[in-house]
Design a protein around this ligand. Structure first.
Ligand code: CA
Length: 236
C-alpha cells in the first residue's frame, strides 16, 4: 500500500492483515516504487496524491517491470474520471471515503480475477466486427492493429464480446467483471467503457440508454430489453 495519510494507511493495512494478507506500506511515491520492486506484491493499493511522485507516475514505474494489479485511491469522483482518462493501467478505482469492508471486497475481487486469468487455456478467439479477441493470450486486435488494454479493460471487452448483439446492464457487468454483488461502482463501469472506446475507437461499444452496454449489431430491441431484464413480454 502506498499512502501518505497515516490514518488511512494504518486502517487499511490492519484490516487486510486481519483478513490474512501480508501488507507493507510506503508513505511516498519514490519509496512506493522501491517497495513494489523489492516486495513483488500481488496487488498495489495506490493513493493518487502522494509526496515525491504522484500515483500516476508510481503506477507507470511499477508497471514497467511487470504487470501488477493496481487499485487507485482518489479523493473525488471527478478525479477518478480524470485518472481513467489517462489510461495509466490501474485495474480499479476507489474514491475516498471508503469503508474497510469495501476495500476488502475489492481486493478479493481483483485477486480472484488475477487467478482466473491464469486458468487453463481454451484456445478461444472471439471476433465481433473487426475486433479480434484472443482470450488465452489476452491479446486484442482491431483490423491489423494491436490494441493494448489493461487487464480489467480486457475482461470487460471479453464479457461484452461473448454476447455479441446483447446488452448487459451495469450491475451485471459489475458482477461478472469486477465480482461485486453490492450494486456499488456503476461509475467504474462507465469509466472503463470510456477507456475501451478511446482505445478501440468510437462505435464499437454501444450504449443502450438507461440499460447498459453492448458490442456488435443489436439484436432486435425487444430481445435486447428482455435480455437486460427490463422488457415487457410482448414479442413484437
Ligand atoms: Ca494522499
Amino acid at each position: 500500500m502506498v499512502e501518505d495519510e497515516a490514518l488511512i494507511a494504518d486502517a487499511v493495512a490492519a484490516r487486510l492483515r486481519s483478513e490474512g494478507y501480508d501488507v507493507e506500506v510506503a508513505r511516498d511515491g519514490p519509496s512506493g516504487v522501491d517497495l513494489a520492486r523489492s516486495a513483488q506484491p500481488d496487488l498495489v493499493i495506490l493513493d493518487l496524491m502522494l509526496p515525491g511522485l504522484d500515483g500516476l507516475e508510481v503506477c507507470r514505474q511499477i508497471q514497467k517491470d511487470r504487470h501488477v494489479p493496481v487499485m487507485m485511491l482518489t479523493a473525488r469522483d471527478d478525479e477518478t474520471d480524470l485518472v481513467v482518462g489517462l489510461a495509466v493501467g490501474a485495474d480499479d478505482y476507489l474514491t475516498k471515503p471508503f469503508s474497510m469492508r469495501e476495500v476488502v471486497a475489492r481486493v478479493q475481487a481483483i485477486l480472484r480475477r488475477v487467478d482466473a486469468g491464469s486458468a487453463p487455456h481454451t484456445g478461444q478467439v472471439i471476433r465481433v466486427d473487426d475486433i479480434e479477441v484472443d482470450v488465452d493470450a489476452r491479446r486484442v486486435r482491431r483490423g491489423d492493429e494491436p490494441v493494448h488494454l489493461t487487464p480489467t479493460e480486457f475482461d470487460l471487452l471479453v464479457c461484452l464480446a461473448e454476447r455479441p448483439g446483447r446488452v448487459l446492464t451495469r450491475d451485471r457487468l459489475l458482477v461478472e467483471v469486477w465480482g461485486y454483488r453490492d450494486g456499488s461502482g456503476a461509475r467504474t463501469v462507465d469509466s472503463h467503457v470510456r477507456a475501451l472506446r478511446r482505445k478501440l475507437g468510437d462505435g464499437v461499444v454501444r450504449t443502450v440508454h438507461g440499460v447498459g452496454y453492448g458490442l456488435g449489431d443489436p439484436a432486435d430491441e425487444a430481445d435486447e430489453l428482455r435480455a437486460a431484464g427490463r422488457g415487457s413480454t410482448n414479442g413484437s
